[in-house]
Design a protein around this ligand. Structure first.
Ligand SMILES: [Zn+2]
Length: 240
């Protein structure tokens, strides 16, 4: 199968009222994911274009219901749409609080939040709660259990000769006896192997540039190996 055959966005999966839509997942460009149940409306990794995609697809009424944002890591293709989403929620006069879950130490989210509050503190219509995560403890939001797990994602060091580990998480969303495992960006790692196994759906990145294993991303072969242990899987973040 050719690489670009994985790029048919949006990708949709549904089991009764447990629904996920991946608007986009292209390395260095953007990610954008919506997860809903009858009661919950979550956004995962709001990269650039998330507001355009949500507005076109579900509209303001559903955007207003977004209660929780989950960030896998701070790379721009996963957080580039946070600012516009936060601003639009205030334009819509959101009243209920918004939680942003992110890996502890993710400086991008904290910087975006600080800058946003500095600009809009007088007019922002809702409470934003930063929720840094530094454990693998599960928690519940609107009848969905969220199990974060630490993955192994890196970025090239400033001198370009090595790479540095960055704070990064995958999330398992469990609802009504079904589970969606989203690995975020990661090299092959045991935590993802463990969490993807027997999930109803695994969303696995295959972001490596070619077939040689990298310490930043997985190859299609590695991602497929993990994906196949779930009941269903999608490969995402494949370079175009
Ligand atoms: Zn990344």
């Amino acid at each position: 199968m050719k690489k670009n055959e994985y790029q048919k966005y949006p990708i949709i999966w549904r089991k009764e009222d447990f629904f996920i839509k991946i608007y986009c997942s292209i390395p260095n460009i953007a990610t954008g994911i919506l997860i809903t149940t009858d009661r919950a409306t979550f956004v995962v990794d709001p990269g650039d274009g998330i507001l355009r995609d949500l507005n076109k697809d579900v509209g303001a009424v559903t955007i207003l219901k977004v209660s929780d944002i989950f960030i896998s890591h701070g790379h721009h293709d996963h957080v580039g749409g946070v600012w516009s989403l936060l601003t639009y929620l205030s334009v819509l006069k959101k009243k209920s609080p918004l939680n942003i879950y992110y890996p502890q130490g993710c400086k991008e989210i904290e910087s975006i939040y600080r800058a946003f509050i500095k600009v809009y503190s007088k007019e922002v219509s809702y409470q934003i709660n930063l929720r840094p995560i530094d454990s693998v403890k599960s928690f519940k939001r609107d009848s969905v259990t969220i199990k974060p797990f630490k993955v192994n994602h890196r970025e090239p060091s400033a001198d370009g000769n090595s790479s540095e580990l960055i704070p990064s998480l995958g999330f398992k969303f469990i609802y009504d006896g079904k589970s969606i495992c989203y690995g975020g960006d990661t090299a092959f790692c045991n935590a993802l192997v463990k969490n993807a196994k027997d999930s109803n759906l695994a969303i696995i990145e295959a972001g490596a540039k070619d077939d040689t294993s990298s310490d930043l991303h997985m190859t299609i072969k590695q991602a497929t190996q993990i994906g196949k242990t779930a009941k269903e899987y999608f490969l995402v973040h494949v370079p175009e």
